[in-house]
Each structure stands twice: as structure tokens, then as C-alpha cells.
Write a protein that binds this ligand. Structure first.
Ligand SMILES: Nc1nc2c(ncn2[C@@H]2O[C@H](COP(=O)(O)OP(=O)(O)O)[C@@H](O)[C@H]2O)c(=O)[nH]1
Ligand SMILES: Nc1ncnc2c1ncn2[C@@H]1O[C@H](COP(=O)(O)OP(=O)(O)O)[C@@H](O)[C@H]1O
Length: 204
């Protein structure tokens, strides 16, 4: 049986840059984590592909998945459901591979309850005004929604206490490096390396 992989959860307030940082991490050839593709009821945007960006499903299909216990966590976010397929996560961890989730904070909280041994990383904006800037420049939200997002952002940021690490997303490349360094350090801390060396000693 291989050693179980690490469940890595990246979360943080809306607009902080979770999607951007995640895409950058997975565009790097040395990244060895497996990305868990989420299920959503949101309509695909131009260029998004079913089974690559998300599994795009109807509300009925999503609710069926909830009823059948197919989701590790799920949350409603801006009128759409988002969730993590549980079978993929369990199987991949059992194969000894690290699984990476990029999810909003309510979902991350549910994962913490079910998988307390996961590695929880909170992505922080450099400031609240910069967070607002990012939401505005992304241009996907109306004035009203931006106001609500900023109110929720304060509550979301308070949740950072539940996380193992806080990473500032001042620059995308730096945030990615920090996240990868945390994962390496966590593997060492969790004795994976130590166990390997113990085995070496047994052989000698
Ligand atoms: N709880 C939960 N949140 C998710 C999941 N997948 C994506 N999200 C979050 O849903 C939010 C909206 O994602 P999306 O519609 O792709 O738009 P974005 O705001 O441009 O990233 C983001 O905060 C994602 O991190 C999931 O499986 N579970
Ligand atoms: N480090 C950064 N510096 C400046 N802008 C950023 C940074 N990270 C992300 N952004 C921008 O902020 C906006 C929100 O990023 P996004 O990845 O959609 O956030 P989230 O997935 O957390 O909602 C996007 O326009 C993105 O290009």
C-alpha cells in the first residue's frame, strides 16, 4: 500500500486570486499535485471545457449527487452550486498522490471537518482596497454585487484562523512559490521522509 497523499486545500476570499494562482501552479511542469476538478451548475464561460475546467451539470443532477453522497463538500456561491467529487479525492489520495482543491471558504470549512489531516492554506489579499480593485478589474460583477462581495470578504478573512498557513497573494509567482514550499515542508513534517530513511537503515 503506498503512503497516502496529502490533501491540499487552497481557499480565501472571492477575488483574492485563487483561480489565477491555481492555474499558474498547474501550468508549471514540476507541479506534482493532482487537481480535483469540481462540479458546478454554473454555465460554461467561453473557452471552458466540460471535464477540464469543471464538470458542468444541471441543478437536478447536482442535487442528485448531494443525495447520493457523491460530494466531499459543496456550497452555493452567487446562485450556483459548486462541489468536490469525493470518489476522485479518496482514490487519488489512496494512490499516494497529493490532491489539490481550490474552493471557496464555506466548502473549505466542510473539508476541515471531514479531513482534519488536510493541509489548509488561506490566500490573503495585500489589503482590502487591493481586493476591491481586483474584483472591479476582473469586470465580472455589478456595483451592487461588488459591495456585497466586500462585506462577505471581511467575514471570509476572519476565517483565516481555521487554516494552517496564510499566504499573501501580492504577486502570483511569489504566492505559487510559497504554496509549493509549504507542501514540501509539510511532507517533511509528516515524517514521510523520515519513514523512507528508517527503511534504508533497516536494509543496511
Ligand atoms: N465550495 C466549493 N467552491 C468551489 C469549488 N470549485 C470552485 N469553487 C469556488 O467557486 C468560486 C467561483 O468560481 P468560478 O465560477 O470559477 O468563478 P471565479 O470567481 O472567476 O473563480 C471560486 O471562489 C472558486 O474557488 C468547489 O468544488 N467547491
Ligand atoms: N497577485 C495578483 N496581483 C494582481 N492581480 C491579481 C493577482 N492575482 C489575481 N489577480 C487578478 O485578480 C482578479 C481575481 O482573481 P481570481 O483568480 O478570479 O480570484 P478568485 O478565484 O479568488 O475569485 C483577476 O482579475 C486576476 O487577474
Amino acid at each position: 500500500m503506498p503512503e497516502k497523499g496529502l490533501l491540499i486545500v487552497l481557499s480565501g476570499p472571492s477575488g483574492v486570486g485563487k483561480g489565477t494562482v491555481r492555474k499558474e501552479i498547474f501550468s508549471q511542469p514540476d507541479t506534482a499535485f493532482e487537481y480535483s476538478i469540481s462540479v458546478t451548475t454554473r454555465k460554461p464561460r467561453a473557452g471552458e471545457v466540460d471535464g477540464v475546467d469543471y464538470f458542468f451539470r444541471t441543478r437536478e443532477e447536482f442535487e442528485e449527487m448531494i443525495r447520493h453522497g457523491k460530494l466531499l463538500e459543496y456550497a452555493e456561491f452567487v446562485d450556483n452550486y459548486y462541489g468536490t467529487p469525493v470518489d476522485y479525492v479518496r482514490q487519488t489520495l489512496d494512490e499516494g498522490k497529493d490532491v489539490f482543491l481550490e474552493i471557496e471558504v464555506k466548502g473549505a470549512r466542510q473539508v476541515r471537518e471531514k479531513f482534519p489531516e488536510g493541509l489548509f492554506i488561506f490566500l490573503m489579499p495585500p489589503s482590502l482596497s487591493e481586493l476591491k480593485n481586483r474584483i472591479v478589474t476582473r469586470g465580472t460583477e455589478t456595483e451592487d454585487i461588488i459591495h456585497n462581495r466586500m462585506l462577505t470578504a471581511r467575514e471570509e478573512i476572519e476565517m483565516m484562523e481555521l487554516y494552517d498557513y496564510v499566504v499573501e497573494n501580492d504577486q502570483v509567482e511569489l504566492a505559487c512559490e510559497r504554496i509549493k514550499a509549504i507542501v514540501v515542508a509539510e511532507h517533511c513534517r509528516r515524517e514521510r521522509v523520515e519513514k523512507r530513511y528508517k527503511k534504508l537503515l533497516e536494509v543496511d
